[in-house]
Design a protein around this ligand. Structure first.
Ligand SMILES: [Zn+2]
Length: 300
């Protein structure tokens, strides 16, 4: 029965070809999965709390920090520095080599030196410093980070800075306690505030009340290690992020050089809990919210 044998052989051969095609397809799919952008590239991050202070510029020159941003998947930064030379150096570097740098969103820092941190809120010279810095062609989008607690926020100079921010459509980057936050909004409820560390220890339930009360408030999450418990996203924070996905940003807070040394770990920590959120919530907190608020201007 040669015909039957031929048919059987042909069918077997076809089946075998199909099987090997399937094997090839699976292999290709596996390769494609392994090489897909999501696996190869980390979730982009907008670092919304970065300092490039004078002690950092000496140890970590501009090309080195630009490389650190690239290697950490940080595609935009909210840059501040004491004095403001560091931020301006980052702005200049990003303008000169936009492909090698993140987008830089500079804020005026109201400190010339360490001591100003304790006294800036009562110092007319600091107001003059802010005004003169804003006259530079740097593309400043805000004022901060500054530190202020309790009634220290209730000074004529802070009130003038709040008025200036509202008038010029600038953000404030405030490291403050709950009392000072209320005073800042009391000066002018239209002021826009990035709340550094989201109050540092303010409980999620209280944060939720502030978010409802102050539509121009954004929570920045550096040093909020209570966001996780044993590496898992804490339930109260998950609830807060899912309910308010547009109100949070993340940041490195490189306030001392030790934080520059930990930069990669800090970003890895964020990604560790961001991936536990629904992807759209995670990408907004990681990057989208910063882009929405500061997506125009700067060096791009
Ligand atoms: Zn800071």
């Amino acid at each position: 029965m040669p015909d039957a044998v031929t048919t059987t052989v042909t069918v077997a051969a076809r089946l075998s070809i199909r099987a090997s095609r399937l094997a090839l397809a699976i292999a290709a799919a596996v390769l494609a999965l392994a090489g897909r952008p999501l696996a190869a590239e980390p979730m982009p991050i907008f670092d919304a709390h970065l300092h490039y202070n004078d002690e950092a510029t000496a140890v970590h020159p501009v090309p080195e920090v630009l490389r650190l941003f690239r290697e950490s998947g940080v595609v935009a930064i909210l840059a501040t520095s004491r004095p403001n030379d560091g931020s301006r150096a980052l702005v200049a570097a990003a303008a000169a080599t936009p492909r090698a740098a993140p987008r830089v969103v500079p804020f005026v820092r109201p400190y010339r030196n360490h001591a100003d941190r304790q006294t800036w809120f009562n110092d007319p010279e600091i107001f003059a410093l802010i005004e003169s810095e804003l006259r530079r062609d740097v593309g400043y989008r805000g004022i901060g980070e500054f530190h202020v607690f309790g009634r220290d926020a209730d000074t004529p100079w802070v009130k003038r800075i709040v008025a200036l921010a509202v008038e010029r459509d600038l953000w404030l980057h405030a490291h403050c306690d709950d009392a000072a936050l209320e005073i800042l909004f009391g000066h002018n409820p239209r002021v826009k505030i990035v709340w550094a560390h989201t109050g540092f220890s303010t409980p999620p339930a209280t944060i939720a009340r502030y978010l409802a009360r102050y539509p121009n408030l954004m929570g920045e999450l550096s040093y909020r290690y209570d966001v996780t418990e044993d590496g898992k996203l804490a339930p109260a924070w998950r609830e807060l992020f899912v309910a308010h996905p547009d109100r949070f940003v993340v940041g490195s807070d490189t306030w001392v050089n030790e934080r520059w040394a930990q930069y990669r770990e800090i970003m890895a920590y964020y990604r560790g809990w961001l991936v536990q959120l629904p992807p759209d919530v995670a990408s907004r907190i990681a990057f989208g919210n910063g882009e929405r608020l500061f997506g125009t201007g700067g060096n791009r």
